[in-house]
Write a protein that binds this ligand. Structure first.
Ligand code: C2E
Ligand code: MG
Ligand code: MG
Length: 705
């Protein structure tokens, strides 16, 4: 921060004043008015000088005429002394310098004392000859020659000299006398000129303000100047320029902040708005993320063009729902309207300032799901979409944009787990779960590198023979602490992170190697390996299985792959492609946890599987629950009629086993016989069994029966 400086401010102000137009106009007007005032004073002085001269001449002439009237020839003739006294009186008057009277020959007759007789000049001669007054001005003196008549006859000429400069003011005196004119001019012209200038240039100040406003980013400013002069034209050009700028700016803004496909806001605009709204000091609100379920399928099936059309239609429907619900939130948000945006391919976001109540948001979420679910006509087919919605509230769930997005993503993941077509609010437990899951995933990555995963084997007993007919490979995590962790604790996280592929490949490889060892040791024991949906979905699944068999040198008939119903039913066509070549070579396929996937029985039984593994939940509740009993019974009967082999999982008691035996179950697997065990223990069991058989003794499990 710069320190506050009074001097700096003063310098700035001085600079602003100096560079202002009014200041410049003041200086120029001032100078021009000063020059004009000086001219006026000078001209006035000159004019006055002329006036004074003319006045002195008139006065001089008038005095000369008056003197002539006084000094008549009669008086001269009658009394020269009296006449001379009269002349002397006249000479003493004001600026009269001298008076002479001359006869027509030029001889001075008055004053009588004058010796110099001839005083002729051109003017005298002119007057003496014409009888008319003549004058001459010379050296500031007015010389007048007045004819004097005696009884109507020109008898003499009076010469009268008058000092014209006597009553005249000096040059400075004239300037000082006229200075008031200059001052009036300055006093009136400068303010008047400035006023006119300010009036003329006042639109410039408005223009300046508008330009500053526009420069600060407000392009809506317009000038209202109703003039036809240059300033009017300038204002109109300024308005046109702003119109163009604004339309270019809007266009650029749209390119930067709009989604060209749906005409909604894009991710950048959404994130900016999110940053602004989601602050602790702002009013509360909500963020909704809407993710279309399986949109990729539509895109793949109908092509990208139709996919785009679906997105456009969904965007229109969302816009309608949002605008219908907007007024409910607007009042609480201080008029900020909800913002709808497309955030990625099939993901939309709604930022709802002012949303506080869960029921209102639920209504809106339901309306969105309903709008999306309405059929869309695609080239004659009706496509029905669904979506999942995650909802998070701010500042309740997160006080900033980044954490709010994380929260809403937890919520959408939760909605996804519920199978889509639903909404879910964020709960703090979700983020704790997610943190735990992330830690677990990192730990699993390390465990894979450190080879901490091991495979245990659980025997499957042939119900008729009472012998070990095979085993199921079950993964375990042997942690450095010595703790053995079962798959229930990590399989889900491994599936989410994709690590299940590597784990599954390891289990497959390890199981094939083990089964190959048993084979070469002369034990007739195949292995069943669980396959996750991710493993099965990968394009090279078939090759991976063949490669594992080849590496181990295990006959395919010794390998059984267990798929759950949901994996089998996700994409039946693809499933046939995947398992076809493997079955041809003798690999068997089992449906694991049969009965728990709610799949269509009619469809399921048409799939090319070899074994049904009845889920342990039915087996374990058989003894108390009549329905479970009936289900197990029915599945066993159905499998027998359709030619499937059956395995019952989770056999824990003699009653379980007895029931299964009674209803012709082929194989049983459960703690009643053996828990999952390390390979060495299984081999020990296989060995013992072989020994017993070779001594024609009853197999150990037959005793258990
Ligand atoms: P599953 O394939 O249905 O495996 C049977 C589960 O039942 C095993 O649990 C087994 O230990 C347990 N079980 C067997 N007999 C009894 C019994 O009498 N009583 C009880 N209560 N349980 C019994 P486990 O080993 O914990 O495995 C759980 C699930 O984890 C498996 O169910 C399977 O879906 C999955 N899993 C295990 N290993 C792998 C693997 O390598 N890959 C994949 N993708 N999934 C695996
Ligand atoms: Mg299994
Ligand atoms: Mg199972």
């Amino acid at each position: 921060m710069r320190p506050f400086s009074t001097r700096g401010r003063f310098v700035n102000l001085r600079h602003n004043i100096r560079s202002s137009l009014v200041f410049k106009a003041f200086i120029w007007f001032g100078l021009a008015a000063l020059v004009a005032a000086m001219l006026v004073v000078a001209l006035s002085a000159v004019q006055e000088r002329f006036y004074q001269q003319a006045h002195a001449q008139t006065q001089g002439l008038a005095l000369a005429n008056a003197s002539a009237a006084a000094l008549t020839p009669t008086l001269l003739r009658q009394d020269a002394r009296l006449a001379d006294q009269a002349r002397l009186r006249l000479v003493g008057q004001r600026a009269v310098l001298d008076i002479h009277v001359l006869d027509l020959s030029g001889k001075v007759i008055l004053p009588t004392t004058t010796r110099n007789t001839n005083r002729t000049s051109a003017e005298f001669k002119q007057t003496a000859s014409s009888g008319r007054t003549s004058i001459r001005i010379q050296g500031g003196v007015l010389y007048s020659f007045i004819p004097l008549y005696d009884d109507g006859r020109l008898s003499a000429v009076m010469s009268h000299s008058y000092d014209l400069t006597k009553d005249q003011t000096g040059a400075w005196g004239l300037v000082l006398k006229n200075i008031w004119r200059g001052l009036i001019l300055l006093g009136v012209a400068v303010p008047a000129g400035l006023l006119v200038f300010i009036r003329l240039t006042s639109p410039l100040a408005e223009l300046n303000r508008a330009a500053a406003q526009a420069a600060a980013g407000d392009l809506s400013v317009r000038l209202d100047v109703d003039r036809k002069d240059e300033i009017g034209v300038l204002s109109s050009n300024f308005n046109t320029m702003l119109d163009r700028l604004k339309s270019n700016f809007d266009r650029t803004r749209w390119l930067a902040y709009g989604d060209s496909l749906t005409r909604l806001a894009n991710k950048t605009a959404f994130n900016e708005q999110l940053q602004k709204q989601v602050r602790l000091e702002r009013p509360p609100g909500a963020l909704m993320l809407i993710d279309l379920d399986g949109f990729k399928r539509f895109n793949d099936a109908y092509g990208q063009e139709e996919g785009d059309r679906i997105l456009t239609i969904v965007a229109q429907r969302l816009r309608k729902v949002v605008s219908e619900h907007a007024p409910r939130f607007a009042a609480a948000s201080g008029q900020s309207r909800p913002l709808l945006a497309r955030l990625s391919g099939d993901e939309f976001g709604v930022l709802i300032p002012g949303a506080r109540s869960a029921p209102e948001l639920q209504n809106m979420a339901n309306a969105i799901l309903e709008a999306i679910a309405a059929p869309i006509d695609l080239s004659g087919h009706n496509a029905c979409l669904s979506a999942r919605i995650g909802i998070a509230l701010y500042p309740h769930d997160a006080g900033d944009a980044r954490n709010l997005l994380t929260s809403v993503n937890f919520a959408i993941d939760e909605a996804k787990k519920s199978g889509g077509g639903t909404w879910c609010f964020f709960e703090p437990s979700m983020s704790q779960k997610a943190i735990r899951r992330m830690t677990l995933q990192n730990e699993m990555r390390r465990a894979l590198r450190e080879q901490e995963f091991v495979v245990h084997y659980q025997p499957k007993i042939d119900v008729r023979e009472g012998t070990i007919a095979g085993c199921e490979a079950l993964v375990r995590w042997q942690q450095p602490s010595g703790k053995l962790v079962g798959p229930g604790a990590f399989i889900e996280a491994a599936e989410e992170s994709g690590l299940i592929r590597e784990i599954g490949d390891f289990v497959l490889d390890e199981s094939c190697q083990a089964a190959a060892r048993w084979e070469s040791a002369g034990y007739n024991c195949g292995v069943a390996v669980n396959v996750s949906s991710l493993q099965f979905a990968s394009n090279d699944f078939t090759q991976t299985v063949f490669a594992a068999l080849a590496r181990a040198g295990l006959p395919p008939s010794k390998l059984e792959l267990e798929l759950t119903e949901s994996v089998a039913m996700t994409n039946p066509e693809r499933m046939l492609e995947q398992i076809g070549p493997l079955r041809e070579k003798g690999v068997r396929f089992a449906i694991d946890d049969f009965g728990t996937g709610h799949s269509s029985l009619a469809y399921l039984t048409r799939l090319p599987f070899d074994v049904f593994k009845i889920d342990q939940s039915f087996v374990q509740s058989m003894t108390e629950d009549k329905h479970a009993r009936v289900i197990v019974q029915t599945v066993l009967a159905m499998a027998e009629s359709l030619g499937y082999r059956t395995v019952a999982e989770g056999v824990e008691t003699r009653e379980h086993f007895a029931f299964l035996q009674l209803h012709c179950c082929d194989y049983v697997q459960g703690y009643y016989f053996a828990k999952p065990m390390v390979e060495a223990d299984l081999v020990g069991m296989l060995h013992a069994e072989k020994e017993n058989l070779s001594r024609a003794e009853t197999p150990s499990y037959a005793e258990a029966v």
